[in-house]
Ligand binder design. Structure first.
Ligand SMILES: O=C(O)[C@H](O)[C@@H](O)[C@H](O)[C@H](O)COP(=O)(O)O
Length: 266
């Protein structure tokens, strides 16, 4: 079953980040209160809005309502660069939220499921051919898919999959008119991108089938520069030129925005 899409527009980018943070914390704590539940799984994202939301979670008065020892964190996409590169979405998420939770003893590293980094020496990356890059990306995508299946079973379903939205309508690392957007084989959960128009060029991303099997998929966007992207993705359906129009979820499919980003829709 696919959820109906809804949009909620908050007055400012700051209130949007606070509201998504509180929605996240309330959802995680509510799920953990279900009888028999021993874990919740959330995919986070990078970019301005994604990182602002993680900072808002870290600073929220509701942070402590969640028992973080049962929360597993994943990424819906990642830049395929060295593990310590500031370009990594995981590095930004750790600085914004996760390092604090680990240092306070509230989470362990085993609960943080980063997408693989590019382990090749910088000189090898600089000299790599297109085939070598494709091979490295395919191996990394297969590794992350194996981790998802090992942790969550053959048909992994995240409790929350959170994404930012690019001004071009991309979400995760699914970029307009690139072949990854229309990959619909349900057995392929993670794939590589070798020519991302948003730098860096090498990336890993969930596929649409992986995203669509999430219980909740939330597309987060703020500011006027995202207004066109919000309109074409929220109002459109399965348009390869507006990748987030492929967003889907099992129970809850939301565009969470500020008023400026929603101005062409509501
Ligand atoms: O690795 C990335 O770049 C992201 O995962 C990407 O999908 C991001 O979330 C959007 O581009 C929105 O980014 P902004 O909020 O910075 O516009």
């Amino acid at each position: 079953m696919t959820a109906h899409r809804r949009i909620i527009a908050y007055p400012t980018p700051e209130l949007m980040a606070d509201a998504v943070a509180e929605r996240t914390l309330l959802t995680l704590s509510g799920l953990l209160a279900e009888p028999g539940r021993d874990r919740v799984d959330i995919a986070v994202t990078g970019g301005t809005d994604g990182t602002a939301i993680l900072r808002a979670i870290a600073g929220s008065e509701l942070l402590d309502i969640v028992d973080w020892s049962h929360v597993h964190v994943w990424w819906g996409d990642e830049r395929f660069v060295a593990a310590d590169s500031p370009e990594r979405n995981a590095v930004g998420a750790r600085e914004a939220l996760l390092d604090g939770l680990v240092e306070a003893g509230r989470m362990t590293e085993a609960q943080i499921h980063e997408m693989p980094a590019d382990r090749r020496p910088a000189s090898a990356v600089a000299a790599a051919s297109a085939d070598e890059n494709a091979e490295a990306l395919a191996a990394a995508a297969a590794d992350y898919q194996r981790e998802l299946v090992a942790e969550l079973g053959d048909r992994p379903s995240l409790d929350i999959a959170m994404f930012g939205l690019g001004p071009d309508g991309h979400f995760a690392s699914l970029f307009p008119d690139l072949p990854q957007v229309t990959m619909d084989d349900p057995s392929v959960l993670v794939t590589g991108v070798a020519d991302s128009p948003k730098l860096p060029p090498l990336r890993l991303t969930f596929t649409v089938p992986m995203i669509a099997n999430s219980e909740r998929t939330w597309i987060c966007a703020s500011r006027e520069k995202k207004a066109d992207a919000v309109a074409v993705t929220f109002l459109g359906h399965a348009d390869p030129h507006a990748p987030a129009s492929f967003a889907a979820a099992r129970t809850d499919l939301l565009w969470l925005t500020d008023r400026a980003a929603a101005s062409l829709v509501c």
